[in-house]
Ligand binder design. Structure first.
Ligand code: NCD
Length: 324
């Protein structure tokens, strides 16, 4: 596993949440909370990352994650450039590393990378100059650390600081979901009371990947008295055509509708990382209903990415005294 830290122990890269301690996660969440504003209030801004240049390199589609990383960087005073990697040099055969080294020569300090291949983010992190940081914005089916943090922040805002009395149910395509893997890492690090994994047989991951989760194939059983329900998108792009479930059938067996939601605690919250397939994973009445915190998750995404950028890049910033 790539070392994510500097020699003084501080966080340099964020590729996975696996090696983060509970207190490091709590610190990042506290810092993110500090950047959260009510809707309608001016967005928080400061100049903490003045002089820092951030490159967003996304080779897989993204709306929320890319835009929120971009806003997060700008709101901290950094310069942010979006690079269409699949259209430019990569397509011409230039490798990701060649692109990265070119950008390093242009004084980029932070790379935010989303890629469908396992290992690419870590390979870049292992090969950048010592002053450069690399952040994962989603790596294959394996991890999506800032999504895990924003999910934990959302749960904490709704349910309080203690996780040991919470039952969290993650429902759907766990097998192909990086969101589920990072959620597992962060919720277990925070000491969640009970974690239920609810999926049809073909979409259930190996037990070894989620050793502390209780595996269930019935939403009726799995949703009972849950405090938090996290729905997942069917990741069709990671399935063979023959394995893609029929939408109507899947909704009938695993979709979150109002009758199923009523099995959970009356104050249960409903989460979804988006993009949502309404009528397949989740009914519109639930997605837009009073227990849904899906938009709160999006809002928290910017705050969490500000906290992470601040943590890794502040040592590189120009500081109040002037440019580097
Ligand atoms: C997720 C992703 O890309 O991993 N989206 C996101 O970042 N909010 C989830 C998904 O695509 O289902």
């Amino acid at each position: 596993m790539t070392n994510q830290r500097r020699t003084d122990g501080s966080l340099r890269h964020l590729i996975t949440l696996e090696s983060l301690s509970r207190s490091e996660i709590t610190q990042l969440l506290d810092q993110a909370q500090h950047f959260v504003r009510p809707l309608g209030a001016p967005a928080p801004t400061n100049r903490a990352l003045r002089g820092v240049t951030i490159g967003n390199l996304f080779t897989e589609p993204s709306t929320r994650t890319r835009v929120s990383f971009e806003l997060a960087g700008r709101r901290l005073g950094a310069e942010v450039i979006n690079l269409e990697v699949q259209l430019s040099s990569r397509a011409k055969g230039e490798s990701m590393l060649d692109t990265i080294h070119t950008l390093e020569a242009l004084h980029f300090d932070v790379f935010v990378i989303r890629d469908s291949e396992p290992g690419v983010v870590a390979t870049v992190a292992a090969n950048v100059a010592p002053h450069v940081s690399v952040l994962s914005a989603g790596e294959a089916h394996l991890s999506h650390p800032t999504q895990g943090l924003l999910d934990a922040l959302t749960v904490r805002q709704c349910k309080g600081e203690r996780f040991d009395n919470l039952c969290i149910a993650i429902v759907g395509d766990l097998r192909h979901s990086r969101v589920a893997r990072s959620a597992y890492e962060v919720f277990t690090a925070l000491g969640v009371g009970e974690l239920r994994l609810i999926a049809p047989h073909g979409l259930m991951p190996e037990a070894a990947e989620f050793p502390l989760g209780r595996r269930l194939s019935s939403p009726e059983e799995g949703l009972r008295d849950a405090d938090v329900i996290m729905m997942l998108r069917l990741q069709k792009e990671r399935m063979a055509a023959a394995d893609i479930p029929d939408g109507a059938d899947y909704f009938a067996r695993f979709g979150l509708d109002l009758p199923r939601l009523r099995l959970a605690k009356p104050d249960a919250i409903v989460m979804h990382p988006q993009p949502m397939n309404r009528g397949i994973e989740i009914d519109t009445a639930v997605a837009d209903g009073p227990q849904s915190v899906i938009r709160q998750q999006v809002r928290n995404g910017v705050a969490v990415r500000m906290a992470v950028l601040d943590a890794v890049a502040r040592p590189r910033a120009a500081g109040p005294a002037g440019p580097r």
